[in-house]
Write a protein that binds this ligand. Structure first.
Ligand SMILES: CC(=O)N[C@H]1[C@@H](OP(=O)(O)OP(=O)(O)OC[C@H]2O[C@@H](n3ccc(=O)[nH]c3=O)[C@H](O)[C@@H]2O)O[C@H](CO)[C@@H](O)[C@@H]1O
Length: 384
């Protein structure tokens, strides 16, 4: 029997960590053949070239799609999606997959879902049903409507996908593959590498042995004009803390220009001898860095998902993760420096308990098994 061809499209760094263990399980599965397509910011040096980590991890790349338009604004996001549809339809035509897999809710993932749907290729969606507000949420629920199989990450997400009219026979709460990685880190949390040596980056090299903070703050797609002001408040708060800060650059979202300019100009006007800046780390290394930190400050979804599992305290800033199911490791604050400082002092003194909202650590294997056995769906029926 011919192997089922599973085409997974990865468009950004966070999508790699959220699918990596499923890729490994697909590769190992005797009835499946992995076709890995890498696109958008995952290919760009400026965003840390996540593609290099995929190659290093032993994955063969079937196709690359360069579709990011310069600009980091709302128009560039819409046009990038358009180019993605054009390019990916050619890729799918050449690879002729049996199932296409798309991850989460970023603007570029929409292109995968549209191209596969129009080409009558069954579509599997990872991470549907979550609520966050802003443009990501519209995209996420739209992809749910285009998808034939749903591998969701929490009970709440399962219920919402079914409420959206999807057939429960094709909705599975597998948990999030990123929790599989976090489970490995929980077993062996030792920081077994030297971050400055391994990843370079820029800035001072503060001594990390007495503790450090991790900062990762992205622009909010519905508040793009405020992104610079928002990051400045966070930078001022971390400046006052006077303890080592490992700071990561934002993703390629609309408004990232404002966030990056805010960081650059703050660096030029302040003596930052306790800050170091990184573009990107391999998924497992990044989780090790978090696991050994005093806490995460910012608005990355890693604070809500992996940090809940690892029991890392998180000061979650602003509206980007609004309404996402969360554990007691998270305290929500507004954008002001004073609120952030107050939350850091009040919330991060004790290690919070861990929670399994987003899975127990075997999502990748479950997803590969389902992909090998589910009937191929070409015309789904929707209940109303
Ligand atoms: C508003 C929002 O949340 N948007 C989406 C965005 O997440 P979001 O933009 O929050 O993603 P981030 O870039 O903050 O990164 C989160 C993920 O990337 C990993 N990481 C991060 C830094 C690094 O150097 N190395 C590394 O591997 C983290 O472990 C984590 O798994 O894309 C994700 C995956 O497509 C989605 O799940 C989110 O819904």
């Amino acid at each position: 029997m011919a192997k089922r061809k599973i085409c997974v499209v990865i468009t950004a760094r966070p999508s790699y960590s959220r699918i990596k263990t499923a890729l490994e399980a697909i590769n190992k599965h005797p009835d499946l053949e992995l076709q890995l397509v890498v696109a958008a910011s995952a290919l760009l040096d400026r965003y840390g070239s996540a593609v290099n980590y995929m190659v290093k991890d032993g994955f063969e790349i079937s196709a690359k799609v360069f579709n990011i338009l310069e600009g980091e604004n709302l128009t560039a996001a819409a046009k990038t999606t358009g180019i993605g549809i054009l390019e990916l339809s050619t890729v799918f035509d050449n690879l002729a997959p049996d199932i296409v897999v798309t991850v989460a809710d970023r603007f570029e993932t929409m292109a995968t879902a549209i191209a596969a749907s129009y080409m009558n290729i069954p579509l599997a969606h990872i991470q549907g049903g979550e609520v966050t507000g802003n443009i990501d949420e519209k995209v996420r629920h739209s992809i749910t409507k285009l998808a034939d199989y749903h591998f969701v990450a929490s009970n709440g997400a399962y219920e919402r996908v079914v409420k959206l009219g999807e057939n429960p026979e094709f909705v599975f709460n597998t948990g999030c593959p990123s929790i599989d990685l976090a489970a490995g880190v929980k077993e062996n949390p030792r920081l077994d590498f030297e971050p400055y040596q391994k990843y370079g980056g820029v800035g001072a090299a503060p001594d990390l042995k007495n503790g450090y903070w991790v900062v990762m703050q992205h622009p909010v797609t519905t508040e793009v004009s405020l992104s610079r002001k928002q990051i400045e408040e966070t930078l001022h708060a971390m400046y006052e803390i006077k303890e080592p800060v490992l700071m990561f650059w934002p993703n390629v979202d609309a408004g990232a220009d404002g966030t990056s300019t805010g960081i650059r100009s703050f660096r030029e006007t302040h003596k930052l001898d306790h800050f170091h800046f990184f573009k990107n780390m391999e998924p497992l290394d990044f989780l090790r860095v978090l696991c050994n930190s005093k806490g995460l400050i910012g608005n990355s979804s890693v604070g809500i998902r992996e940090c809940a599992f690892l029991g890392v305290p998180v000061v979650n800033i602003g509206s980007r993760q609004n309404k996402r199911d969360r554990g007691n490791n998270v305290i929500d604050v507004g954008y002001s420096k004073d609120e952030i400082l107050h939350a850091i002092k009040a919330h991060t003194r004790h290690k919070p308990s861990t929670s399994h909202i987003y899975g127990g650590g075997d999502a990748g294997k479950q997803i590969a098994k389902l992909l090998s056995t589910l009937p191929l769906v070409f015309h789904k029926t929707i209940t109303f």
